[in-house]
Design a protein around this ligand. Sequence first.
Ligand SMILES: CC(C)(COP(=O)(O)OP(=O)(O)OC[C@H]1O[C@@H](n2cnc3c(N)ncnc32)[C@H](O)[C@@H]1OP(=O)(O)O)[C@@H](O)C(=O)NCCC(=O)NCCS
Length: 437
Amino acid sequence: MPKDTIFQLESFRQATPYIYAHRGKTFVLYINDALLAKESTASLIHDLALVHTLGVKLVLVLGLRTFIDKKLGKQPASAFKNDWRITDAKTLNAIKEIAGSVKTNIEALFSIGLINTPMSGMKLNVVSGNYVRAKPVGVRSGVDYQHTGEVRSIAADEIQKQLDANNIVLMLPLGYSKTGDIFNLTSLEVAKHAACALQSEKLILMLDKFIAPGKKKQSDNHYNVNEAKELVKNLPKSKQQVKGYLDVAVQACLENVKRVHLLDASKPGALLEELYTLDGVATLVTAETYDEIRPATINDIGGITELIQPLIDKGALVPRTREQLELEIESFDVIERDGMVLACGALHIFAEEHAAEVACLAVHPEYQSNGRGSKMLSHLEKKSADAELNLLFVLTTQTSHWFREHGFKTTKIESLPMKKRAIYNYQRNSKAYSKAV
Ligand SMILES: CC(C)(COP(=O)(O)OP(=O)(O)OC[C@H]1O[C@@H](n2cnc3c(N)ncnc32)[C@H](O)[C@@H]1OP(=O)(O)O)[C@@H](O)C(=O)NCCC(=O)NCCS
């Protein structure tokens, strides 16, 4: 089979579980103005159409700032206060015109559909409406913000009806009051409120550029809410824009949005890569803690076997059959991501000697050197301390230095618990190390 075909089949295998997992879920996508102003918008809309046909319910919130700035020309500094545009009647009229024009262009791009594919005949319905109730920002510190407003509520039920009817919902940064007034809002705020009101599975911030501060590797660009909050606190003033995005992500997660993706969508296909591959390409802020250690269950046996078999073959780990794993599963803990076991470790307790063995500690090769091994070991140490044990030991052939760096000292086989000595494999010739807990 040609290499290209093998690659395509492998990609399809990897994508399929994600297609299944995302089907029927609601995603709110904020598309920033700079991205919409690029020539690549057509291919972005094509990818969105594809995601929609794969069963995802899409709500798109469009950013307009670049278009407004262009239309109004150079504005004096007094036209802004606290990063809010002061919207006078003339500015509001310009914004209404721009909103109409950007919306129409996006509708036109969706009308092209999935051209050059077997699904080219499929009609994609895009709808918009008065879904945002707004209130005026009013007068603050003596500044009258006029037609600049804040989101008051989102007509989530109405939007939901449209999504259930298989329509794509477009939202603009305009809101309406009960008095019939129109307000200029921030798209990012509209997106956040929409995601919260719809309790959407994901809020995706599609940005023309985004570099996550602080992390070393793409596979490590995940923050839980608390980590993201800490990060925001420590960001310098020069990172104001990144701070704004992370702030929105934190607020959304605190209001029940499960995951917020901060995606540099300037690269072709970034959205598809983010949604349909294991690691994705975005920076992720999650409501639940990502990569948390949890006790293993019988359902993890397949994942653990996949993780440890190559290490068994290399002689780094003692062989274990599936049956053995089934018997021992309660002594295992795992770190899992989207169903894939990234790390595992077991604690075998020798109650009489108040000791425990660290066994089968392993981290998937692609996820090593990111602290997961240390995190798992600390977890097993804490578990031993909680169980009022005094000593941890390990038998290893290839990882002695790693354990020594984690405070383990060489020990004699004769000082191990009796039951362990009885089954010690002299041929394997593992070295023993121990640590007081
Ligand atoms: C040992 C292991 C669990 C560490 O996992 P990890 O997630 O990479 O660990 P951490 O990120 O906490 O630590 C990484 C550091 O340990 C070092 N390290 C990894 N394996 C090592 C080894 N065998 N000997 C010495 N140092 C080692 C790495 O080089 C890295 O150092 P650096 O940060 O200075 O580059 C992982 O390498 C593994 O699965 N090894 C194969 C299985 C095994 O031998 N298990 C122990 C049997 S009980």
